[in-house]
Design a protein around this ligand. Structure first.
Ligand code: NCD
Ligand code: ZN
Ligand code: ZN
Length: 430
């Protein structure tokens, strides 16, 4: 049946839209975008006061299935994504078994089709078992639908191996996404190395442990010609390296998380809140400000959550024994609206670039436009609704958010994936 989404403020810079228009959905496609659409027999939804944008994509998410279903699974993780306003997520391969072969990729795609509430674009490991020793079954994974390669959770330690992975993998035309961490330097580092690590009495995870591999991978990108995407960038100097690479014309992009933008090492206090233990660690105020500047000037391409769910009992340890990671799918859009769009750091169009257009571009996915003929993956949000982050409301299986208690403004109300509603008035459609 036809569905008319009426009176929303539509923002899509890819078709230069920024104003109130109606959107007609027929089947899985957008059939028309115009003022005052009327179609006999069509269902009408009035979205006055709301914003309607191309469906948001989070290109860095840990769905944990197969293997760690006590933290999250494809059913719960994609529901958290829908609740947060996303129409698709790129799933990381650090599952058990690791997604380093076609069978695991096929499993994830089949499972998502069966129980998912958003599209799942799996990424495949670069190396078998994320060990950095043997190249993964890249061709098989791409044939089964893998959209990118990454050893996320770790970086490949040897430059020579990274070169071989990129040289070999280049033929598949996918992006190489890099978690930058030199293990010989980072060791058992827990928090950013500096005054705060000293005060807390925790081992330091130095900025250079990340920057060394950013520099190396940019060089490997130059050597191999293979597109490189720096994951969860967290330092000012690392961002400057990405800027310089872009200026050189290299195919380098990068992403940042809301926690690296809106939290810093100073938020880790004597309560040793293990939800704030993330990899890479929360950095200094200066880094945080530099990252915001990078979002503003366009040197950061995408905002991602690095949604990394862990069970309550796993996080309920001494800081050094708790696993790294925080959840993010259900707070990301609101954090960006509250802290970047409302204060005028970026506008709605730039937000759409960072959270919908660039992620699809980097992953080589079909673009979604609010235009006739495009697939109807759509996010609708109310920019005025004020709410407080409450872990009782999370649909994710895990509650390790660093933003619990935060007062935010703006929230997804409706989400459509291929014309089908997955979120309606803020509730998951089952
Ligand atoms: N970011 C994290 O702190 N943790 C991630 C791994 C990763 O993204 O590197 C996880 O899988 O838990
Ligand atoms: Zn990572
Ligand atoms: Zn990750």
């Amino acid at each position: 049946m036809a569905l008319i989404l009426k009176n929303a403020h539509v923002v899509d810079p890819s078709v230069e839209l920024d104003g109130v228009v109606d959107v007609l959905i027929e089947g899985d496609k957008i059939a028309r975008v115009a003022e005052n659409i009327e179609v006999e027999g069509a269902e009408v939804r009035d979205l006055s006061g709301k914003y309607l944008v191309p469906g948001l994509v989070d290109m860095h998410v840990h769905l944990r299935e197969p293997g760690f279903e006590h933290k999250e699974d494809i059913a719960s993780g994609t529901r958290a994504a829908a609740k947060g306003g996303f129409t698709g997520v790129c799933a990381m391969p650090n599952t058990n078994p690791v997604a380093d072969n076609g069978v695991v990729i096929s499993y994830m795609i089949a499972r998502a089709a069966e129980v998912g509430k958003c599209r799942v674009y799996p990424s495949g490991a670069m190396s078998k078992g994320l060990k950095g020793e043997i190249i993964s079954e890249m061709g098989d994974m791409v044939a089964r639908g893998a959209v990118a390669f990454t050893d996320d959770g770790r970086g490949i330690q040897e430059a020579g191996m990274m070169r071989r992975v990129m040289d070999y993998g280049k033929m598949f035309g996918k992006v190489f996404m890099s978690h930058c961490q030199d293990e010989s330097l980072v060791g058992a580092g827990q928090v950013n190395e500096g005054v705060v690590s000293t005060r807390l009495g925790l081992l330091g995870w130095p900025a250079q442990g990340e920057e060394l591999q950013i520099a190396r991978d940019i060089m490997m990108c130059e050597l191999t010609g293979c597109p490189l995407h720096i994951q969860h960038i967290s330092t000012a100097a690392g961002l400057d390296m990405v800027r310089a690479a872009k200026e050189k014309g290299l195919p380098v992009t990068c992403e940042v998380t809301p926690h690296h933008l809106f939290l810093s090492e100073d938020d880790i206090d004597s309560t040793y809140n293990t939800s704030l233990k993330v990899n890479p660690p929360l950095r200094t105020q200066e880094d945080r400000e530099a990252l915001i500047e990078g979002v503003k000037d366009g040197s950061i391409d995408a905002i991602v959550t690095d949604h990394a769910p862990h069970a309550e009992w796993e996080k309920a340890h001494e800081f050094e024994y708790a696993p790294f990671g925080m959840t993010g799918l259900e707070t990301s859009l609101a954090l960006v609206l509250t802290n970047l769009v409302k204060p005028g750091v970026i506008d709605y169009s730039e937000m759409v670039e960072l959270m919908a257009i660039a992620p699809r571009e980097i992953l080589g996915l079909e673009p979604v436009k609010i235009a006739e003929g495009s697939v109807a993956d759509i996010t609708v949000f109310d920019p005025t609704v004020a709410w407080t982050v409450n872990d009782d409301e999370f649909v994710s299986k895990s509650k390790n958010s660093g933003f619990i208690g935060f007062e935010l403004e703006g929230r997804a109300t409706d989400v459509f994936v291929g014309g089908v509603a997955t979120l309606e008035n803020g509730e998951i459609v089952e």
